[in-house]
Ligand binder design. Sequence first.
Ligand code: LFR
Length: 431
Amino acid sequence: MTAVAAVDLGASSGRVVRGVVTDGRVHIEEVHRFANGPVHRHGSLHWDLPGLYREVLAGLRLAGEVGSIGIDSWAVDYGLLDARGELLGDPVCYRDSRTDGIKPADGLYEINGLQFQPFNTMFQLMAEPLLPQASQLLLIPDLISYWLTGERGAEYTNATTTGLIDVRTGQWSPELTRELPGLLPALRRPGDLAGTYNGVPVIAVGSHDTASAVVAVPAETDRFAYISCGTWSLVGVELPEPVLTAESRAANFTNEGGVDGTVRYLRNVMGLWLLQECLRSWGAELEPLLREAAHATGSVFDPNDPVFLPPGDMPARIQQWCGKNMTRAEIVRSILDSLALAHRDAIADAQRLSGKEVEVVHVVGGGSRNELLCQLTADACGLPVVAGPAEATALGNVLVQARAVGAADGTLADLRTLVRRSQALRRYLPR
Ligand code: LFR
């Protein structure tokens, strides 16, 4: 098979990988990695999209000859285009305070099935000063795809995170988009051709990074829960149909669109952002602190408290929440204990609310390398944890492209078998 190039933009780093499916296995090789993060500019938090695009182009050059390209990124954020197709301002980061205090309208969950997050695209648009000048909105991966190909579209899995898709029809909701005429482009599905770049097909993959990560969960049966563990922990199960009950809304569970028409029924847990921000404040390295944290005693706090959402002095906020001064190792331990318990609660709630029972928890993404977090998660859940692959998102991106260009075939279960055969996984039994 000719290799494919997967562009995966995360909130703290981006990468371009070359991927190949051959002999019933899937292999990836990272050809370019670069830092990312929100930047303070004119009093608000932005993403440097032109800078990220330069890194994407550099990565594609390093990837060399490929048979296709696929792009994924974090969800909800967007760029606005003017009538000439030029970007209006730098896209704003979902951690910006412009949506503080926003409340969802009654009846919204019954239409879009989405957990309430103040940063969902629809709420950002309510606080968007550039809206009157905008002729089109493109989500981040769709914007990169537009710059590469000149073609515009809205990839479905990521579009579901806007809050503007009707969860029953899978289309833009006429009711919710009434005041946004022409703003949203036509939908594309994972596997669709989005356009070409220098003659190379650009394939719409699961362009929401979490959708791509879930594709690459190396599950053996369908009785699994997943934790896509990185900046966020996205914790849930895969379902054929959404759950739209009042209990599900109250538990703030989301029904996001997955690849092949699946539903990603999950909750956002604040994730390793808590740790990343501590390390940034301290200017410290992770590994030595993790070794100390293994023997430290932590305190438990609610990682999903909105006080932890914006960037800033995380150690101070955690100590304030816990009402005491702690050493660095104690703070790290508190974060990991609190995340493990939040993972447990989300997995228990997902099973109770959906009726789906699970026998194993798959931890994928960068957090799968964190041995202490995996063990604490197994202990809290009382279930075995299978950790890896760390690069699940890039793998899921590669697999959906490979299937679209005819180098792989079958269902999600078949794609997952390819991952299971080729990636090193680690098992943690509950203690
Ligand atoms: C993970 C992720 C989550 C989404 C959050 C904000 O990278 O995409 O799924 O809720 O970032 O976009």
